[in-house]
Design a protein around this ligand. Structure first.
Ligand code: KG4
Ligand code: ZN
Length: 349
Protein backbone atom coordinates (compact mmCIF):
# COMPACT_ATOMS: atom_id res chain seq x y z
CA UNK A 1 0.00 0.00 0.00
CA UNK A 2 1.26 3.49 -0.86
CA UNK A 3 2.16 5.71 2.09
CA UNK A 4 -0.68 8.23 1.66
CA UNK A 5 -3.43 6.15 0.08
CA UNK A 6 -6.27 7.82 -1.75
CA UNK A 7 -9.42 6.33 -0.22
CA UNK A 8 -13.02 6.81 -1.30
CA UNK A 9 -15.48 6.43 1.58
CA UNK A 10 -19.21 5.79 1.34
CA UNK A 11 -21.73 6.39 4.13
CA UNK A 12 -25.41 5.39 3.93
CA UNK A 13 -26.30 4.30 7.47
CA UNK A 14 -29.14 6.78 8.01
CA UNK A 15 -30.54 9.60 5.87
CA UNK A 16 -27.30 11.05 4.48
CA UNK A 17 -25.74 9.64 1.32
CA UNK A 18 -22.14 10.67 1.90
CA UNK A 19 -19.10 10.18 -0.30
CA UNK A 20 -15.71 11.47 0.77
CA UNK A 21 -12.23 11.17 -0.63
CA UNK A 22 -9.07 11.51 1.44
CA UNK A 23 -5.38 11.14 0.71
CA UNK A 24 -3.79 9.82 3.89
CA UNK A 25 -5.03 12.34 6.45
CA UNK A 26 -5.83 15.04 3.94
CA UNK A 27 -9.47 15.73 3.10
CA UNK A 28 -9.96 16.05 -0.67
CA UNK A 29 -13.75 15.89 -1.07
CA UNK A 30 -16.85 15.59 1.07
CA UNK A 31 -20.17 15.40 -0.76
CA UNK A 32 -23.40 14.78 1.15
CA UNK A 33 -26.91 14.37 -0.22
CA UNK A 34 -29.52 14.25 2.54
CA UNK A 35 -33.08 12.94 2.31
CA UNK A 36 -34.01 14.83 5.50
CA UNK A 37 -36.69 16.91 3.79
CA UNK A 38 -38.58 13.78 2.76
CA UNK A 39 -38.85 12.75 6.43
CA UNK A 40 -40.20 16.07 7.73
CA UNK A 41 -43.87 15.14 7.55
CA UNK A 42 -43.22 11.92 9.48
CA UNK A 43 -41.22 13.60 12.26
CA UNK A 44 -38.35 11.10 11.96
CA UNK A 45 -36.34 9.05 9.47
CA UNK A 46 -38.41 6.43 7.59
CA UNK A 47 -36.03 3.61 6.55
CA UNK A 48 -37.78 2.79 3.24
CA UNK A 49 -37.72 6.42 2.16
CA UNK A 50 -34.07 6.85 3.19
CA UNK A 51 -33.15 3.68 1.29
CA UNK A 52 -34.85 4.76 -1.91
CA UNK A 53 -33.16 8.15 -1.65
CA UNK A 54 -29.76 6.44 -1.24
CA UNK A 55 -30.41 4.40 -4.38
CA UNK A 56 -31.10 7.58 -6.30
CA UNK A 57 -28.27 9.62 -4.80
CA UNK A 58 -25.43 7.14 -4.59
CA UNK A 59 -24.16 7.32 -8.15
CA UNK A 60 -24.38 11.12 -8.59
CA UNK A 61 -22.74 11.59 -5.16
CA UNK A 62 -19.80 9.34 -6.08
CA UNK A 63 -19.45 11.14 -9.41
CA UNK A 64 -19.52 14.53 -7.72
CA UNK A 65 -16.81 13.57 -5.22
CA UNK A 66 -14.56 12.36 -8.05
CA UNK A 67 -15.30 15.53 -10.02
CA UNK A 68 -14.48 17.75 -7.01
CA UNK A 69 -11.04 16.14 -6.79
CA UNK A 70 -10.37 15.77 -10.52
CA UNK A 71 -9.71 12.11 -9.86
CA UNK A 72 -10.73 9.02 -11.81
CA UNK A 73 -11.72 5.73 -10.21
CA UNK A 74 -8.33 4.42 -11.32
CA UNK A 75 -6.59 6.93 -9.02
CA UNK A 76 -8.31 5.50 -5.93
CA UNK A 77 -6.17 3.11 -3.87
CA UNK A 78 -8.92 1.68 -1.65
CA UNK A 79 -12.67 1.87 -1.05
CA UNK A 80 -14.23 2.16 2.41
CA UNK A 81 -17.90 1.86 3.31
CA UNK A 82 -20.00 1.96 6.47
CA UNK A 83 -20.88 -1.67 7.26
CA UNK A 84 -22.84 -0.80 10.43
CA UNK A 85 -24.35 0.11 12.80
CA UNK A 86 -27.33 1.80 11.16
CA UNK A 87 -30.53 1.11 9.25
CA UNK A 88 -30.11 -2.29 7.57
CA UNK A 89 -31.70 -1.46 4.24
CA UNK A 90 -29.93 1.90 4.03
CA UNK A 91 -26.55 0.31 4.80
CA UNK A 92 -27.21 -2.25 2.08
CA UNK A 93 -27.15 0.44 -0.63
CA UNK A 94 -23.70 1.73 0.32
CA UNK A 95 -22.29 -1.75 0.84
CA UNK A 96 -23.57 -2.95 -2.55
CA UNK A 97 -22.21 0.15 -4.31
CA UNK A 98 -18.84 -0.18 -2.60
CA UNK A 99 -18.56 -3.84 -3.49
CA UNK A 100 -19.41 -3.05 -7.10
CA UNK A 101 -16.67 -0.43 -7.21
CA UNK A 102 -14.17 -2.70 -5.48
CA UNK A 103 -14.84 -5.57 -7.88
CA UNK A 104 -14.78 -3.38 -10.96
CA UNK A 105 -11.56 -1.58 -10.00
CA UNK A 106 -9.88 -4.53 -8.24
CA UNK A 107 -9.17 -2.27 -5.25
CA UNK A 108 -9.22 -3.34 -1.60
CA UNK A 109 -12.44 -2.74 0.34
CA UNK A 110 -12.83 -1.93 4.04
CA UNK A 111 -16.23 -2.36 5.72
CA UNK A 112 -16.08 0.29 8.42
CA UNK A 113 -17.78 0.76 11.79
CA UNK A 114 -19.81 3.98 11.67
CA UNK A 115 -19.08 4.93 15.30
CA UNK A 116 -15.35 4.42 14.90
CA UNK A 117 -15.53 6.55 11.75
CA UNK A 118 -17.03 9.43 13.80
CA UNK A 119 -13.78 9.27 15.81
CA UNK A 120 -11.60 8.71 12.71
CA UNK A 121 -12.68 12.04 11.32
CA UNK A 122 -10.46 13.60 14.00
CA UNK A 123 -7.29 12.71 12.05
CA UNK A 124 -8.24 14.75 9.01
CA UNK A 125 -5.98 17.57 7.98
CA UNK A 126 -2.97 16.23 9.76
CA UNK A 127 -4.22 16.51 13.32
CA UNK A 128 -2.93 13.47 15.18
CA UNK A 129 -5.33 11.92 17.64
CA UNK A 130 -4.03 12.48 21.17
CA UNK A 131 -3.47 9.71 23.71
CA UNK A 132 -5.90 9.12 26.58
CA UNK A 133 -8.68 9.74 24.13
CA UNK A 134 -12.41 9.42 24.56
CA UNK A 135 -15.36 10.37 22.41
CA UNK A 136 -18.97 11.28 23.01
CA UNK A 137 -21.20 10.73 19.98
CA UNK A 138 -24.65 12.26 20.06
CA UNK A 139 -26.94 12.14 17.06
CA UNK A 140 -30.42 11.14 15.97
CA UNK A 141 -29.38 7.50 15.87
CA UNK A 142 -26.81 7.14 18.62
CA UNK A 143 -25.56 8.37 21.98
CA UNK A 144 -22.32 6.72 23.09
CA UNK A 145 -19.26 7.34 25.20
CA UNK A 146 -16.19 5.60 23.80
CA UNK A 147 -12.67 5.02 25.00
CA UNK A 148 -10.10 4.91 22.23
CA UNK A 149 -6.77 3.25 22.95
CA UNK A 150 -6.05 2.83 19.26
CA UNK A 151 -8.24 4.11 16.45
CA UNK A 152 -7.50 1.09 14.28
CA UNK A 153 -7.56 -1.71 16.84
CA UNK A 154 -8.78 -0.83 20.31
CA UNK A 155 -12.03 1.04 20.90
CA UNK A 156 -14.37 0.20 23.75
CA UNK A 157 -17.88 1.27 24.62
CA UNK A 158 -18.19 2.86 28.07
CA UNK A 159 -21.84 3.80 27.87
CA UNK A 160 -24.80 4.25 25.54
CA UNK A 161 -28.44 5.18 25.63
CA UNK A 162 -30.76 2.49 26.91
CA UNK A 163 -33.73 3.96 25.02
CA UNK A 164 -33.91 7.07 22.82
CA UNK A 165 -30.87 8.72 21.27
CA UNK A 166 -30.27 12.34 22.30
CA UNK A 167 -31.15 13.70 18.85
CA UNK A 168 -34.24 11.53 18.76
CA UNK A 169 -35.36 13.14 22.03
CA UNK A 170 -34.85 16.59 20.46
CA UNK A 171 -36.91 15.50 17.44
CA UNK A 172 -39.75 14.03 19.53
CA UNK A 173 -39.91 16.92 22.00
CA UNK A 174 -39.98 19.37 19.09
CA UNK A 175 -42.98 17.52 17.75
CA UNK A 176 -44.82 17.69 21.07
CA UNK A 177 -44.47 21.49 21.13
CA UNK A 178 -45.43 21.81 17.46
CA UNK A 179 -41.98 22.34 15.91
CA UNK A 180 -40.82 20.62 12.73
CA UNK A 181 -38.31 17.85 12.14
CA UNK A 182 -35.38 17.96 12.64
CA UNK A 183 -36.17 19.19 16.12
CA UNK A 184 -32.65 19.97 17.29
CA UNK A 185 -32.04 23.20 15.39
CA UNK A 186 -35.59 24.45 16.11
CA UNK A 187 -35.31 23.78 19.86
CA UNK A 188 -31.86 25.35 19.95
CA UNK A 189 -33.30 28.49 18.36
CA UNK A 190 -36.32 28.79 20.68
CA UNK A 191 -34.25 27.92 23.74
CA UNK A 192 -32.24 31.10 23.23
CA UNK A 193 -35.40 33.08 24.02
CA UNK A 194 -36.40 31.04 27.07
CA UNK A 195 -35.41 30.41 30.68
CA UNK A 196 -33.52 27.12 31.18
CA UNK A 197 -34.56 27.09 34.85
CA UNK A 198 -38.27 27.65 34.19
CA UNK A 199 -39.17 23.95 34.44
CA UNK A 200 -37.11 21.31 36.23
CA UNK A 201 -37.31 18.33 33.86
CA UNK A 202 -35.89 14.96 35.03
CA UNK A 203 -32.25 13.98 34.43
CA UNK A 204 -32.41 10.23 33.75
CA UNK A 205 -29.93 7.83 35.42
CA UNK A 206 -27.98 10.57 37.18
CA UNK A 207 -28.59 9.74 40.85
CA UNK A 208 -28.90 6.94 43.40
CA UNK A 209 -29.35 3.34 42.31
CA UNK A 210 -30.04 4.37 38.71
CA UNK A 211 -26.63 5.97 38.50
CA UNK A 212 -25.00 3.02 40.22
CA UNK A 213 -26.50 0.56 37.74
CA UNK A 214 -26.12 2.70 34.64
CA UNK A 215 -23.07 4.75 35.44
CA UNK A 216 -22.23 5.84 31.89
CA UNK A 217 -25.50 4.94 30.19
CA UNK A 218 -28.10 7.46 29.15
CA UNK A 219 -31.89 7.48 29.16
CA UNK A 220 -33.87 10.21 27.42
CA UNK A 221 -37.22 8.50 27.17
CA UNK A 222 -38.42 9.64 30.62
CA UNK A 223 -37.40 13.20 29.86
CA UNK A 224 -39.24 13.13 26.53
CA UNK A 225 -42.37 11.81 28.24
CA UNK A 226 -42.11 14.37 31.05
CA UNK A 227 -42.06 17.19 28.51
CA UNK A 228 -45.04 15.71 26.63
CA UNK A 229 -47.04 15.33 29.89
CA UNK A 230 -46.19 18.87 30.97
CA UNK A 231 -47.37 20.26 27.64
CA UNK A 232 -50.53 18.11 27.64
CA UNK A 233 -51.47 19.28 31.12
CA UNK A 234 -51.15 22.90 30.05
CA UNK A 235 -53.31 22.21 27.03
CA UNK A 236 -55.97 20.53 29.21
CA UNK A 237 -55.94 23.58 31.45
CA UNK A 238 -56.35 25.78 28.35
CA UNK A 239 -53.15 27.57 29.19
CA UNK A 240 -50.70 28.86 26.64
CA UNK A 241 -47.54 26.78 26.15
CA UNK A 242 -44.43 28.81 26.88
CA UNK A 243 -42.51 27.18 24.02
CA UNK A 244 -39.26 29.03 24.60
CA UNK A 245 -39.16 28.05 28.30
CA UNK A 246 -40.03 24.43 27.51
CA UNK A 247 -37.28 24.29 24.85
CA UNK A 248 -34.70 25.96 27.09
CA UNK A 249 -35.54 23.75 30.08
CA UNK A 250 -35.52 20.55 28.02
CA UNK A 251 -32.27 21.49 26.30
CA UNK A 252 -30.70 22.29 29.66
CA UNK A 253 -31.64 18.82 30.95
CA UNK A 254 -30.08 17.12 27.90
CA UNK A 255 -26.90 19.20 28.03
CA UNK A 256 -26.63 18.63 31.79
CA UNK A 257 -26.98 14.84 31.49
CA UNK A 258 -24.64 14.49 28.50
CA UNK A 259 -21.90 16.57 30.08
CA UNK A 260 -22.32 15.05 33.58
CA UNK A 261 -22.10 11.45 32.36
CA UNK A 262 -19.32 12.14 29.89
CA UNK A 263 -17.13 13.91 32.43
CA UNK A 264 -17.75 11.11 34.94
CA UNK A 265 -16.68 8.52 32.35
CA UNK A 266 -13.60 10.55 31.43
CA UNK A 267 -12.50 11.02 35.04
CA UNK A 268 -12.97 7.38 35.96
CA UNK A 269 -11.30 6.01 32.83
CA UNK A 270 -8.18 8.14 32.49
CA UNK A 271 -9.54 10.12 29.52
CA UNK A 272 -7.88 13.52 29.17
CA UNK A 273 -8.85 14.33 25.59
CA UNK A 274 -12.41 14.23 24.36
CA UNK A 275 -13.88 14.37 20.90
CA UNK A 276 -17.51 15.39 20.37
CA UNK A 277 -19.35 14.06 17.31
CA UNK A 278 -22.85 13.59 15.84
CA UNK A 279 -25.51 16.08 14.81
CA UNK A 280 -26.29 17.15 18.39
CA UNK A 281 -22.72 18.51 18.54
CA UNK A 282 -24.27 21.53 16.83
CA UNK A 283 -26.32 22.30 19.93
CA UNK A 284 -25.17 25.58 21.42
CA UNK A 285 -25.89 24.62 25.04
CA UNK A 286 -24.35 21.14 24.78
CA UNK A 287 -21.17 22.70 23.39
CA UNK A 288 -20.94 25.41 26.06
CA UNK A 289 -21.72 23.22 29.06
CA UNK A 290 -19.48 20.37 27.92
CA UNK A 291 -16.66 22.83 27.23
CA UNK A 292 -17.10 24.44 30.68
CA UNK A 293 -17.13 21.12 32.52
CA UNK A 294 -14.20 19.77 30.49
CA UNK A 295 -12.16 22.86 31.36
CA UNK A 296 -13.03 22.50 35.08
CA UNK A 297 -11.79 18.91 34.98
CA UNK A 298 -8.62 19.38 32.93
CA UNK A 299 -10.06 17.64 29.85
CA UNK A 300 -9.30 19.00 26.40
CA UNK A 301 -12.37 19.05 24.18
CA UNK A 302 -12.11 18.84 20.42
CA UNK A 303 -15.12 19.50 18.22
CA UNK A 304 -14.59 18.88 14.48
CA UNK A 305 -16.18 21.30 11.98
CA UNK A 306 -19.94 20.73 11.93
CA UNK A 307 -20.03 19.18 8.43
CA UNK A 308 -17.64 16.51 9.72
CA UNK A 309 -19.62 15.96 12.97
CA UNK A 310 -22.76 14.90 11.11
CA UNK A 311 -22.81 11.73 9.02
CA UNK A 312 -20.53 11.95 5.99
CA UNK A 313 -18.34 9.84 3.72
CA UNK A 314 -15.11 11.63 4.58
CA UNK A 315 -15.04 10.10 8.07
CA UNK A 316 -15.40 6.65 6.54
CA UNK A 317 -12.61 7.36 4.07
CA UNK A 318 -10.45 8.76 6.89
CA UNK A 319 -10.73 5.58 8.94
CA UNK A 320 -10.28 3.45 5.81
CA UNK A 321 -7.03 5.28 5.07
CA UNK A 322 -5.81 4.74 8.65
CA UNK A 323 -6.52 1.02 8.31
CA UNK A 324 -4.81 0.85 4.93
CA UNK A 325 -1.76 2.70 6.30
CA UNK A 326 -1.40 0.27 9.18
CA UNK A 327 -1.50 -2.62 6.69
CA UNK A 328 -4.86 -3.96 7.88
CA UNK A 329 -6.12 -6.83 5.76
CA UNK A 330 -9.05 -5.66 3.60
CA UNK A 331 -12.54 -6.98 4.36
CA UNK A 332 -13.50 -10.09 2.47
CA UNK A 333 -16.08 -9.35 -0.20
CA UNK A 334 -18.77 -11.52 1.35
CA UNK A 335 -19.57 -9.29 4.34
CA UNK A 336 -23.08 -7.97 4.73
CA UNK A 337 -24.29 -4.84 6.52
CA UNK A 338 -24.69 -5.31 10.27
CA UNK A 339 -27.24 -2.93 11.77
CA UNK A 340 -25.92 -3.55 15.28
CA UNK A 341 -22.19 -3.87 14.61
CA UNK A 342 -20.47 -3.35 17.99
CA UNK A 343 -17.91 -0.54 18.20
CA UNK A 344 -15.23 -3.03 19.23
CA UNK A 345 -15.38 -4.29 15.64
CA UNK A 346 -13.66 -1.32 14.03
CA UNK A 347 -13.96 -2.90 10.62
CA UNK A 348 -15.33 -6.16 9.37
CA UNK A 349 -12.84 -8.78 8.25
O1 KG4 B 1 -25.55 13.09 12.95
P1 KG4 B 1 -26.86 13.42 12.34
O2 KG4 B 1 -26.88 14.38 11.18
O3 KG4 B 1 -27.61 12.12 11.83
C1 KG4 B 1 -27.85 11.00 12.59
O4 KG4 B 1 -28.88 11.02 13.30
O5 KG4 B 1 -27.06 10.04 12.56
O6 KG4 B 1 -27.77 13.99 13.52
C2 KG4 B 1 -29.09 14.43 13.31
C3 KG4 B 1 -29.66 14.78 14.67
C4 KG4 B 1 -31.14 15.10 14.62
O7 KG4 B 1 -31.79 14.36 15.63
C5 KG4 B 1 -31.17 16.59 14.91
O8 KG4 B 1 -32.35 17.00 15.59
C6 KG4 B 1 -29.94 16.77 15.76
O9 KG4 B 1 -28.98 15.92 15.20
N1 KG4 B 1 -29.47 18.16 15.74
C7 KG4 B 1 -29.46 18.95 16.83
C8 KG4 B 1 -29.03 20.23 16.41
N2 KG4 B 1 -28.76 20.18 15.08
C9 KG4 B 1 -29.04 18.89 14.68
N3 KG4 B 1 -29.80 18.69 18.10
C10 KG4 B 1 -29.71 19.68 18.98
N4 KG4 B 1 -29.34 20.93 18.66
C11 KG4 B 1 -28.97 21.26 17.40
N5 KG4 B 1 -28.59 22.50 17.11
ZN1 ZN C 1 -23.55 9.07 12.91
Amino acid sequence: MVSDPVVLGIETSCDETGVGIVKGTKLLANVVSSSMEQHVKFGGVIPEIATRAHLQAIQPTIKQALKDTNLELDDIDAIAVTAGPGLASALMVGVAAAKGLAIATQKPLYGINHLAAHVGVGVLNGEELPEKLGAVLVSGGHTEILKIKSLTNDISLLGATIDDAAGEAFDKVARSVGLNYPGGPAIDKYAKLGNPKAIRFPRGLTAGKDLERNRYNFSFSGLKTAVARWVEQRELDNEEIPIADVCASFQEAVADVISFKTILACKENGIENLLLGGGVAANSRVRILLQERCAENGITLRIPPFELCTDNGAMVAALGAQLAMTGAKPSSLDFGPDSSLPVTEIYVT
